[in-house]
Design a protein around this ligand. Structure first.
Ligand SMILES: *Cc1c(COP(=O)(O)O)cnc(C)c1O
Length: 388
C-alpha cells in the first residue's frame, strides 16, 4: 500500500463538476481580475468567518505583508513572532523592512508561548504575529492583553487554521486586528494555484487594504498610497467559492483521522495535545519521536510519505543570520525541530491507509522499545530562556 502525504488529484476528482463549472464560468465571462467572483467570495468568506471585512489577495505571504503595511509598519519597527513557522511568515515582516523578534513556543502545542511575549516588547515593537500552527490557535486572550497594554497590533497568521474556533466564541482570524489566510493548494481551504485573504474588524483598515493590494489606487489612476499588485484572480476566487461550503465537512474528517491516529499511536509516540481554548482543524498531524529520522526512513521504505514542519527554524536560517540568533536561543523550538514528524493528513485519506501508517509506526517503535520509554517521559521542564 502507498500512502502519499497529500493527494490533490483525488481532491479534485471528488469535486470536479463544481470546479470545472466555476472555471468555465470565469473563462467565458471575459472578466479575470477584480470582478464579480472575487466580490462574491469575499462576502461569502466574511459570512463564514463572522468578520465584517475580507479582502482577497495573491498569497498568504502577501496577506501578512498587506496587514503590516496597513499598520504602516516599516524600517526601525519590531514585530514579535515565532521562529517555529513556515518561513513566509517571517518573509512578510522582512518585506516591510521591519525586524522580526523571535519568541519560543509552547512545548505541548507548538504555538507562540504567550507568556514569553511581554518580555520581548521594546519601544520599537509595533505588532505581534501569532501563528495558529498545524491547525490550532495560540492563546489569544493573553496576547490581546499584551497587545492592548503596549498598543501593539495583533495579526493572526491563520494560514494553517481556516475554520478553527477559539473558546467557541468565533473563528480564527477574527480576534486580532487582522487575520491573514493562505489558500495554497494543500491548505484546509486551498485554491488551484496561489491565493490569500485578510480579514479585519475595521472599516478604515479594510479601505487601506483595498488600495494596498491594487497599486495603492483609491480610484483608477489616483494613487493615495504606495501599494503593490496582490490580487486574488477571478478563477481562483470562483474555485474557492465552490469549495467554501465543504470546508467544515473536510475539517470534521481531518478531526476523525486525527482521532484514529491518536487512538492507535498514543502508546508508541508523542501524539498531538489539543489545547483547551482552541478547536483543532488538523492542517497537519504532527507526532514526536526521539528516533525521528530512522522512523521517517522506515516509513518511506514501507511506502508512507511523511514530512517535517519544519526542519530548520527561522532564527537559524541563512537568510536571517543577520539578526544574530544562535543555536540555543529558542530551546523549545530547537528541541521540537529535531523530533517532530508530520503524518499523511488530507480529508480523502482512507481508514485502511490510516491503519497501515499506525501499524508501521508501532512496528518500528516496538523494535526500538528502549527509546519509547524516553519519549513517554517527555513532560519536559521548560528550559530557561537565555537573555540576549
Ligand atoms: C502556507 C503558509 C504561509 C504562506 O502562505 P502562501 O500562500 O504560500 O504565501 C504563511 N504562514 C504559514 C504558517 C503557512 O503555513
Amino acid at each position: 500500500m502507498k500512502v502519499p502525504f497529500g493527494d490533490l488529484k483525488t481532491h479534485y476528482r471528488t469535486i470536479q463538476k463544481e470546479i470545472d463549472g466555476a472555471v468555465a464560468r470565469v473563462l467565458s465571462s471575459g472578466h479575470y481580475i477584480l470582478g464579480p467572483e472575487l466580490e462574491r467570495f469575499e462576502r461569502d468568506f466574511e459570512a463564514y468567518l463572522g468578520s465584517p471585512y475580507v479582502i482577497g489577495c495573491a498569497s498568504g505571504t502577501e496577506a501578512i505583508y498587506l496587514a503590516l503595511a496597513a499598520c504602516e509598519i516599516g524600517p526601525g519597527d519590531e514585530v514579535i513572532v515565532v521562529a517555529h513557522t513556515a518561513v513566509p511568515t517571517i518573509s512578510a515582516i522582512s518585506m516591510t523592512g521591519a525586524t522580526p523578534v523571535f519568541v519560543d513556543i509552547d512545548s505541548a502545542t507548538y504555538v507562540m508561548d504567550a507568556g514569553e511575549v511581554e518580555q520581548r516588547v521594546t519601544p520599537k515593537t509595533k505588532a505581534i504575529i501569532p501563528v495558529h500552527l498545524y491547525g490550532q490557535m495560540a492563546d489569544l486572550d493573553l496576547l490581546r492583553k499584551v497587545a492592548l497594554k503596549h498598543k501593539l497590533f495583533l495579526i493572526e497568521d491563520v494560514a494553517q487554521a481556516t475554520g478553527a474556533t477559539y473558546k467557541g466564541l468565533g473563528k480564527a482570524g477574527t480576534f486580532g486586528d487582522f487575520g491573514a489566510f493562505s489558500f495554497y493548494p494543500s491548505k484546509n481551504l486551498g485554491a488551484f494555484g496561489d491565493g490569500g485573504a485578510v480579514c479585519t474588524n475595521s472599516r478604515e483598515s479594510f479601505e487601506r487594504l483595498v488600495m494596498l493590494r491594487n497599486y495603492g489606487q483609491s480610484k483608477r489612476y489616483y494613487h493615495d498610497t504606495v501599494g503593490i499588485n496582490s490580487r486574488l484572480d477571478e478563477i481562483q476566487a470562483a474555485i474557492l467559492g465552490a469549495q467554501l461550503p465543504l470546508v467544515e465537512s473536510w475539517n470534521e474528517r481531518r478531526r476523525q483521522i486525527a482521532k484514529r491516529y491518536t487512538e492507535g499511536l498514543k502508546s508508541s509516540v508523542v501524539t498531538p495535545v489539543e489545547s483547551s481554548h482552541s478547536s483543532h482543524v488538523y492542517h497537519l498531524y504532527v507526532i514526536q519521536a526521539a528516533n525521528r529520522d530512522g522512523l521517517q526512513e522506515f516509513l518511506l521504505e514501507r511506502g508512507i510519505q511523511t514530512l517535517i514542519h519544519y526542519p530548520n527554524p527561522a532564527h537559524l536560517q541563512k537568510a536571517y543570520s543577520y539578526l544574530g540568533y544562535k543555536p540555543g536561543d529558542l530551546p523549545v523550538t530547537e528541541y521540537a525541530t529535531k523530533r517532530i514528524l508530520s503524518l499523511p493528513m488530507f480529508p480523502q485519506l482512507t481508514d485502511s491507509q490510516i491503519d497501515f501508517v499506525i501499524e508501521n509506526i508501532r512496528e518500528y517503535q516496538d523494535k526500538n522499545a528502549n527509546r519509547v520509554a524516553e519519549q513517554q517521559g517527555f513532560a519536559m521542564a521548560k528550559p530557561e530562556i537565555p537573555h540576549r
